[in-house]
Write a protein that binds this ligand. Structure first.
Ligand SMILES: C[S@@+](CC[C@H](N)C(=O)[O-])C[C@H]1O[C@@H](n2cnc3c(N)ncnc32)[C@H](O)[C@@H]1O
Length: 376
């Protein structure tokens, strides 16, 4: 807890200097300038200060702060956009705009008491949502309202869960910061591919544990899921237990593979070779194809003779110009593997039907595949 940085500000009316811990899941440093804002602060003034890098520490009504944030968000959308000259340019401009928007909207801050209570009028009780995401706390802190709204959303998803047809309609409960199977078509690929064995399977980068659970439900006697992320490990263990699969599925901390060999090794790595801008994005962005390459290169040493590696990968990166199909095939070849089958599915992406989305064309063309690989 105490290794968090601190944020100090001066109360303009009393002149008193206050200090509290600074929280930012994205790892942003504490803002250098902080002013007090309340129900009298206009959206134009708030937006101008935020764009200049001055944070606003809210002291007014919680609902008004939420409305102010929405008004600031509308102002970020009005900003003229640069015209992209290619799809990759559109992707880079889109990410740039997203990160600028996150920076600006992240300037509206709220206080949290030592037990995560929000000392503002009409504030919701976020103690459980904060404890789930941050762990226990013993000191007052300051955080962006946008981050807290994200925690509240994640808490609701965790409570409600995501229905998984391949699990007979049972639900997977994602934790904050863990890749959620909400766009679940890739799960159908794993549910319908012919199993090479029912003895043992590894699920590399298990996240919520959803694919490990699907394999166990399909009758694989023992499944070992791995992850490196503490939240994913806790989340997968909780889901496995909730589904009553704890005797079949073991979740272990590992960089890619667990010990030993298996006749089936499944992996759904992050699908875009680019740098994540926050830890939460690590499930989407895989810089230099590190996980993809590591999975392919490790299969020879971890597959049993005649075993199969199942790579689940969207071709979105190919449509964006971030990776070519030839480069993927060359990686498979260089790892001493051959493709013995491929099953494709079209993602049902909500944004795919939005022509105003700058990445519309790439989203419409996107296909997710399950590549069945064998050692040559
Ligand atoms: C795209 S998510 C897939 C999660 C889950 N398998 C699913 O299909 O919903 C990728 C997962 O790989 C994990 N991961 C990333 N690098 C890893 C590594 N080197 N070893 C193990 N897991 C890793 C991430 O923490 C994340 O949970």
């Amino acid at each position: 807890m105490t290794d968090l940085p601190t944020l100090s500000w001066t109360d303009a009316e009393t002149g008193a200097v206050h200090t509290a811990l600074w929280r930012s899941e994205a790892g942003n440093p504490p803002p250098k300038r902080v002013v007090i804002a309340d129900d009298r602060t206009t959206a134009d003034a708030a937006y101008r200060l935020a764009c200049e890098g001055t944070a606003l520490l809210w002291q007014g009504d919680f609902h008004n702060a939420r409305q102010l944030l929405q008004a600031m968000a509308r102002r970020t959308e009005r900003k003229p956009r640069k015209q992209a000259t290619s799809t990759i340019d559109a992707f880079n401009l889109h990410r740039q705009a997203q990160s600028q928007r996150a920076r600006t909207l992240g300037m509206l801050l709220i206080p949290l008491e030592a037990d995560y209570a929000v000392p503002l009028r009409r504030a919701p009780d976020v103690r459980e949502a904060c404890t789930e995401a941050y762990g226990p706390s013993d000191a007052a802190s300051v955080v962006s309202l946008r981050e807290v709204l994200g925690l509240i959303g994640a808490h609701e998803w965790r409570k409600k869960g995501v229905e998984i047809p391949a699990l007979g309609g049972e639900r997977i409960h994602p934790h904050y910061g863990v890749f959620s199977p909400v766009r679940g078509e890739y799960i159908d690929l794993v549910a319908r591919a012919p199993l090479p064995s029912r003895g043992l399977a590894f699920d590399i980068g298990t996240g919520t544990g959803v694919l490990a659970a699907v394999l166990a439900k399909r009758g694989v006697k023992r499944v070992v899921g791995t992850d490196q992320d503490a939240r994913a490990l806790a989340c997968a263990r909780e889901n496995v237990a909730r589904l009553g699969l704890q005797d079949q599925v073991e979740v272990v901390e590992a960089d890619l593979f667990p010990e030993g060999r298996a006749p089936l090794i499944v992996c759904n790595p992050p699908w875009l070779p680019a740098r994540p801008s926050s830890p939460v994005e690590r499930a989407v962005y895989d810089p230099d194809n590190r996980m993809l390459r590591g999975f392919l290169e490790g299969l020879t040493a971890h597959l049993e003779p005649d075993g199969e590696g199942w790579l689940i990968l969207s071709d979105f990166a190919e449509h964006l110009g971030l990776r070519t199909r030839d480069a993927l095939l060359a990686m498979i070849d260089a790892a001493g593997l051959q493709v013995i089958g491929r099953d494709d599915i079209k993602p049902r992406h909500p944004k795919a039907s939005d022509p105003a989305d700058p990445l519309h064309q790439a989203r419409v063309a996107e296909v997710t595949s399950l590549w069945r690989l064998k050692v040559r």
